[in-house]
Design a protein around this ligand. Structure first.
Ligand code: PLP
Length: 394
């Protein structure tokens, strides 16, 4: 008999985690590797949040909670969505889960039947296609090139939607491109979603990391009609530097949130109780640290972007949000004698000792993704190393 179920046979490990593991392995051998693969802020979680978590434990809040999250946390999320996004939700329209990642996983399990299509814009976050496939769905990719600033158009969405299309995923600001859809662009995409009767999965996890004065706009804000078909997914991992706490949430129609909560009741029971208390403080407490971290990211971007773009054969569009740069390095790879960007990325790791993620994992094989969630000193040193590496082989 087959040991494994068919559903895991095509499962690939996350490209981001793979390169991080390889970089750690080299570091353990004593090699001075600069890791630019990680997708997490390098700051500690703000102290008021740590204190609230500790206090909750000593107050005895160490037991199971309701599956969809503590009512007080749901309320803090409801208040946040009203305050930041002009969105009104009720308790039964919110589910708290184990990071935005698992919330998305649960969502696809709940909305997809075998063969249902989900439109995923390229470049995409590595987990979308795998999660869709695990739920029996079929990823349908719509390519946005660097010429269109890595954003799909309404016409492309219209062309890609079929009778079988259940949903479209919008991730703005985007991992890996850092691009942000304007309100007008979102309105055009939403119009197609309404026309074609699609759900909109709006992954807004990088909401708080926007640069150059840009302000976040949630597609669900467009109208009641759009809000009803949108599931807003967000969390505190990137905004409050809380990746390890594993708290994310979805806000949407109660008809979808209810089965998600029921599924959670049989799979996870509840997100970690202490983390939920920490998140109540993250949303109800002072928000200064969120802005401080954003400013630090913007400072790094301003310094590092021109230097990266100046490396021969690197072509970068300046990101508007998140903390990634997605240079097209096809020319650099070719001119330095590598057959593919994947091979070039491997050489950057083993020879220049800089870990970047090959863009093939995001559907853009001519690029690599660099995270600037690390100190400016290390970023500058990494760029110097890559510059020397390319120039030495050119
Ligand atoms: N969505 C995107 C686009 C991400 O980049 C990430 C994290 O890398 C997540 C969701 C998951 O966030 P969380 O840590 O809350 O699971």
């Amino acid at each position: 008999k087959d040991l494994l179920a068919n559903r895991v046979k095509t499962l690939t490990p996350s490209a981001t985690l793979a390169i991080t593991a390889k970089a750690k392995e080299l570091k353990a051998q004593g090699i001075d590797v600069i890791g630019l693969g990680a997708g997490e802020p390098d700051f500690n979680t703000p102290k008021n949040i740590l204190d609230a978590a500790a206090e909750s434990m000593y107050a005895g809040h160490t037991k199971y909670t309701p599956s969809g999250g503590l009512p007080a946390l749901k309320q803090a999320i409801i208040d946040k969505l009203a305050r930041d996004n002009n969105l009104e939700y009720k308790q039964n329209e919110i589910i708290v889960g184990i990071g935005a990642k698992h919330v998305l996983y649960t969502l696809f399990q709940v909305i997809l039947n075998e063969g249902d299509e989900v439109i995923i814009p390229i470049p995409y976050w590595v987990s979308y296609p795998e999660q869709v496939k695990l739920a029996g769905g079929v990823p349908v990719y719509v390519e946005s090139t660097s010429k269109q600033n890595f954003k799909i158009t309404a016409a492309q969405l219209r062309d890609a939607a079929t009778e079988k299309t259940k949903a479209v995923i919008i991730n703005s600001p985007s991992n890996p491109s850092g691009m942000v859809y304007t309100r007008e662009e979102l309105a055009e995409l939403a119009q197609v979603a309404v026309e074609k009767d699609l759900l909109i999965v709006s992954d807004e996890i990088y909401e708080k990391l926007l640069y150059n004065g840009l302000e976040h706009f949630s597609i669900a804000e467009l109208s009641e009609e759009v809000k009803k078909r949108t599931i807003v997914v967000n969390g505190v991992a990137k905004s409050h530097s809380m990746t390890g706490w594993r708290i994310g949430y979805a806000a949407g129609d109660a008809d979808i949130i209810k089965p998600m909560t029921d599924l959670a009741s049989h799979s996870t029971s509840n997100p970690t109780t202490t983390s939920q208390y920490a998140t109540i403080e993250a949303y109800n407490g002072p928000q200064d640290s969120v802005e401080e971290m954003r400013k630090a990211f913007e400072g790094r971007l301003e310094t590092i972007y021109p230097k990266l773009n100046a490396i021969p054969g690197f072509h970068v569009i300046k990101p508007q949000g998140a903390f990634y740069l997605l240079p097209d390095v096809a020319e650099a790879a070719r001119k330095t004698g590598y057959g593919s960007v994947d091979d070039f990325a491997t050489a950057l790791l083993t020879e220049a000792n800089v870990a970047v993620v090959p863009g093939s994992g995001f559907g853009v094989p001519s690029t690599v993704r660099l995270s600037y969630a690390t100190s400016l000193e290390l970023l500058e040193e990494a760029v110097r190393r890559m510059d020397n590496f390319v120039k030495s082989k050119w």
